[in-house]
Design a protein around this ligand. Sequence first.
Ligand SMILES: *Cc1c(COP(=O)(O)O)cnc(C)c1O
Length: 491
Amino acid sequence: MIDVPAISVQRTATIRDALLKLDQAAFGMLLVLEPDGTFERTVTDGDIRRLLLQGCGMDDSLKRLPKIKSFVLEDGYTQESALALMNKCVINHLPVIDAQRRVIKVLDRKELDEKILLSTPHMGSWEREFVDEAFKTNWIAPLGPNVDAFEREVAEYVGIDHAAALTSGTAAIHLALIMLGVRAGDTVFCSSLTFAASANPIAYQGAEPVFIDSEPESWNMSPVALENAFQYAIANGKKPKAVIVVNLYGQSADIDSIADICKRYDVPIVEDAAESLGARYKGKASGSFGVMGVYSFNGNKIITTSGGGMLVSDNEEFIRQARFLSTQARDPALHYEHTQIGYNYRMSNILAGVGRGQIRVLNERVASRRRVNERYREGLLGCEQLTWMPEPEWSYSTHWLTACTVTSTKSGLNSLDIIKKLAGDHIEARPVWKPMHMQPVFRQCRSFNHGDHSVSQTLFEDGICLPSGSNMTDAQQDRIIDAIKKIVAES
Ligand SMILES: *Cc1c(COP(=O)(O)O)cnc(C)c1O
């Protein structure tokens, strides 16, 4: 932030004073104020140079500066309108004045240009060492020591016996379904409130997804809706082959209640923990509850390999099979022999090196994201229209994304208005996932609600995800908090 008094002068100041101030502020511009403190015009290095060339001395005052009308912004501007004016006038700084023409602040193009994104990669200090090691040993391909080590390290972190490093979380879900025997004509239950990658692999297998609503307590799979879905399935003689339980935005689903139901119907759980690596349910790692668990290292996730995923299981056979299927299903033979359809889903040794660096800072990343969540809640305490995604007492969420819902204000301000206004301030906020049962591509699929209406639909309609990166600075977050306060206050 630019210190306004440090760059303010009056016309009584000498050229020497003005040059000293310009020199100290190292900003290239001063504000000329009227005797009553209101804004008159700006003055630059160039303006002073011209005064000197006109014959003024160092001890002459600024009285001979011509009267001009400098460009200013009035309070209530957006980042976009400010940038547009700067571009139009080809300037890099703009004073912002209040109704009394007093300068509140001066905008700097460098700060305005900065976009705050939802969740960006955050590298630590180890990644390059592991990647360099791969280069030094020319272990670029095939599979190698980084892959083996990364699998061990993730398995150890989450307390699961075995892990297979893959090209993506989606690939991990796909292989899990293949190994559970999901094929054309089968059904698979899946959380509705999720990213499409949770459900797409069901379709890859030619099977039918059945979507299960959220419960309000955790925003994750509703045990009530799940029970209803099972009863319908049994009554119609078609038990699902698997249940994909998604852990949303870094928070585990209520796994015990869900697992009880699945156990009763004897159907295996695949835990989609793509968004919840580092989270815990009743003290145990998220992703470790199903017969198989899935993590993602996509660029926006809490740790990233730029793209990648991991399938984990206590069942060694599943993981052995996943490694086999993900490397084109090559049978042991000197020539190339295949008895099954295979896939090219294995993680490279280079990317696994990035992952090894990232897993070392995972706990720090979790702490940072939790802190971001805490700062939002504190900073926006007065905004009663916002209701934060709850964190039940059994949950230790990573708050991969901080999410809230907006109760429409009297003036009708809703979540989309806030998202659009934040975009005007170069802040990327997003709606909550659009539930799968509302997606055109899945419109023919059956879905089950938590109660008499769809909780996930309401969360989508009212929900916002705020920028939550572990590398976001306090100043950036304060900018977001101020912007939201302003939007809500003006509504
Ligand atoms: C990101 C994500 C995936 C897919 O992971 P990729 O590594 O991008 O394939 C699956 N499910 C959920 C809930 C996700 O957020």
